[in-house]
Ligand binder design. Structure first.
Ligand code: IMP
Ligand code: MG
Length: 180
């Protein structure tokens, strides 16, 4: 798909490479939690595509829930403020929880989520992030399962959006905007 107007898209990670890596991450999770139940918590909306591919490659007794937060407004800059928009449907007390994120950028969102989820006493709390931009980190957080490290570029596709658009792209693409 071409970008609309003067917005330009350049493929960064192709769908086949994503598929392969998602399978590897799922195999690692399956191995790490062998013989146990698993509870995946997807961070809406960006992680919905990653989570739906990931869960189908996990070979464990698995349940799913979603949480929604807002950190970014309509533009590409983080406001730095994280707000809970939708809470989990059910308790995570005593569960093996893997929080599923689309991208780990400054780490503000993840730091907030880990703090509120840890208070609910899960047995284990880990993080799976499809993408990681380590150069942007403001908080010392890491993903236990990480798909791809990427450079400091704004990306869309495979669930990631710009102003709610481009989530449906099959590849992860770099988005360039026209100068203002
Ligand atoms: P953080 O709180 O700065 O780590 O940002 C995490 C959230 O910001 C992600 O879950 C995304 O929703 C959004 N985000 C960060 N970088 C990008 C990007 O390159 N494209 C699209 N969304 C992004
Ligand atoms: Mg997100």
């Amino acid at each position: 798909m071409a970008g609309t107007g003067q917005e330009k898209l350049k493929v960064l990670i192709r769908r086949a490479a994503i598929q392969k890596r998602v399978r590897e991450v799922a195999q690692q999770i399956t191995k790490d939690f062998r013989g146990e139940r698993l509870h995946l918590v997807g961070v809406l909306k960006g992680a919905c595509i990653f989570l739906s591919d990931l869960v189908r490659e996990i070979n464990l007794d698995t349940s799913i829930d979603f949480i929604a937060v807002s950190s970014y407004g309509k533009n590409k800059q983080s406001s730095g403020q994280v707000r809970l928009l939708k809470d989990l449907d059910s308790s995570i007390e005593g569960l093996n929880v893997v929080l599923v994120e689309d991208i780990l950028d400054t780490g503000l969102t993840l730091t907030y989520l880990l703090r509120i989820l840890q208070q609910r006493r899960p047995k284990v709390l880990r993080v799976a992030a499809l993408l990681d931009k380590p150069s942007r980190r403001l908080k010392p957080v890491k993903a236990d399962y990480s798909g791809f490290k990427i450079p400091n570029e704004f990306v869309v596709g495979y669930g990631l959006d710009y102003s709610e658009r481009y989530r449906n792209l099959k590849d992860v693409c770099i988005l360039s905007l026209p100068p203002e």
